[in-house]
Ligand binder design. Structure first.
Ligand code: FES
Length: 143
C-alpha cells in the first residue's frame, strides 16, 4: 500500500513524502523537499529513519520549525495528528483561521503577543485567547 503526506507553505518549506507500507511497516520512501538549509538537513536525516515499524517511529523534539513540521508528519503517519482547535476560524473578530495561527506558531511565534503581532488574532474581544494558547501549547509540547 502507498500513502502520501505533505506539508506546503507558499514560498517556504514544502515536503512531499510517499511511503510504501507492508504489515504496518515502511518498506520504501520517496521524498521531495524544498526549504531552508536546516529544514533540508532535518528532512534528509528523518528520511533515513523512516523505515520499519510505523509504531516505533520517533519524532524530533525541538521547537524550531523543522522539528515541528516533522513532528506533525510523523504523527500523521501514525494516524494521531489532530489540532486541539477543530474549527476553521480561530478568531472571529479578526477573521483569522486556525491554520494561519498554527503556521505562525510553527514559524516562531511562541507567545500570545507574537501571534497577535503576526496574525492580528486575539486583538478584538479576547475570547479566542484560550484557543490560541492551546495551539501554542500543542505545538511546543514535546514528547
Ligand atoms: S474572537 Fe478573537 S479577539 Fe474576538
Amino acid at each position: 500500500m502507498k500513502k502520501s503526506f505533505q506539508w506546503t507553505e507558499d514560498g517556504r518549506e514544502q515536503l512531499e513524502i510517499t511511503l510504501e507500507i507492508e504489515d504496518s511497516a515502511i518498506t520504501h520512501v520517496d521524498m521531495k523537499c524544498v526549504g531552508c538549509l536546516p529544514f533540508l538537513e532535518m528532512s534528509q536525516s528523518m528520511k533515513t529513519k523512516l523505515n520499519g515499524s510505523i509504531a516505533d517511529l520517533t519524532a524530533p523534539t525541538g521547537t524550531d520549525h523543522a522539528s515541528m513540521i516533522w513532528r506533525q508528519i510523523i504523527s500523521e503517519i501514525q494516524e494521531e495528528w489532530q489540532l486541539p482547535v477543530p474549527q476553521e476560524e480561530l478568531c472571529h473578530c479578526r477573521k483569522v483561521s486556525t491554520q494561519r495561527v498554527d503556521r505562525a506558531v510553527v514559524f516562531g511565534a511562541h507567545t500570545i503577543d507574537e501571534v497577535r503581532k503576526r496574525t492580528s488574532a486575539n486583538t478584538g474581544c479576547g475570547t479566542c485567547k484560550d484557543d490560541l494558547m492551546q495551539i501554542i501549547n500543542h505545538r511546543l509540547k514535546v514528547g
